[in-house]
Write a protein that binds this ligand. Structure first.
Ligand code: CUA
Length: 306
């Protein structure tokens, strides 16, 4: 990121100097010296035009390819990344570790490990920004976004909200505390946890009675959730959807939006009933619902045509 930035600054600086020097030079060289002086009648130059088209084209394409490559690497978290959940709320950042430890306006992470952040918002648009790691991502109400980084040096780094979100926007700040792996483990063990994210999700799943409809068997009123995460789900409108974080999130908050083919749109919406953190716990639990063995796999929706 820094190299690309330096490259763009250097290219801009170089051409600023060249163009300015040319302007000054020609201003002096071709200064009108007496009233009768008339400029020469020049009709284009193919070589000149090709040159000033080709060189900027190559430079702009270098910036584009380099930037696109960086963007793709930034937007695809590595598969081995540990996952943290961050919720923006006027005016604080709530962080949840998979082990169940929570913190506010602080985020402890181990160094030399890829960290993937799933980002949500409880009210308005915020933006989670950690300038030292060169990452920043919008926290959008109604959907989840992701970002990732790898801290390489222990230390304390700024977190800012980088999207104007109301009166105390400027106070919506915090710190990333990057620690050696063993220090992080010790910190986690010392934190107060109310059960892992998955355990809390499992509890919620029962409390909200999700299991009464999403049960196994051909008479179930809702599709089975076993192995649903990451699978292709056939929808009642004939289309298909990938059951990723945002699909599952939508299916809980606003189930009528994309109903699984073969099922009645009878699920109540949980919008306003479960917080972003609860949603995240529920979905963490749903992700663990793997088929017992591959031979008994029943993809959601199969055998339920009505
Ligand atoms: Cu949150 Cu600005």
């Amino acid at each position: 990121m820094d190299l690309l930035y330096l490259f763009i600054v250097l290219v801009c600086a170089f051409f600023t100097v060249v163009v300015t020097a040319a302007v000054v030079f020609f201003t002096i060289k071709y200064k009108r010296r007496h009233e009768q002086e008339v400029g020469a009648d020049i009709h284009g130059s193919l070589i000149l035009e090709l040159t000033w088209t080709f060189i900027p084209f190559v430079l702009a394409m270098m910036m584009f390819v380099w930037g696109a490559d960086l963007f793709f690497r930034l937007s695809r978290p590595p598969a081995d990344a540990m996952e943290l959940f961050v919720v923006g709320k006027q005016w604080m950042w709530k962080v949840q570790h998979p082990e169940g430890v929570r913190e506010i306006n602080e985020m402890h992470v181990p160094i030399n490990r890829n960290v993937r952040i799933t980002l949500g918002s409880e009210d308005v648009l915020h933006d989670y920004s950690i300038p030292a790691f060169r990452v920043k991502m919008d926290a959008v109400p109604g959907k989840w976004t992701t970002m990732w980084f790898k801290a390489t040096k222990p230390g304390t780094y700024h977190i800012f909200c980088a999207e104007y979100c109301g009166t105390k926007h400027s106070g919506m700040i915090g710190q990333v505390i990057a620690m050696e792996e063993q220090d992080y483990e010790a910190w986690l063990a010392g934190g107060r946890s109310t059960g892992s994210t998955v355990d809390q999700g499992s509890r919620l799943f029962a409390e909200l009675s999700c299991n009464t409809c999403h049960e196994e068997g051909s008479t179930a009123r809702g599709p089975s959730l076993i192995g649903v995460f990451g699978s292709m789900v056939p929808l009642s409108n004939g289309a298909n959807a990938v059951a990723d974080d945002n699909y599952l999130r939508e299916s809980i908050m606003n189930p009528q939006a994309r109903v699984v083919r073969g099922y009645q749109p009878i699920m109540p919406a949980f919008q306003g009933m479960v917080s972003e953190e609860n949603l995240m716990q529920l979905i963490a639990y749903i992700k663990t619902l793997a088929p017992a063995s591959s031979s008994t796999t029943t993809p959601a929706g199969d055998g339920h045509q009505q």
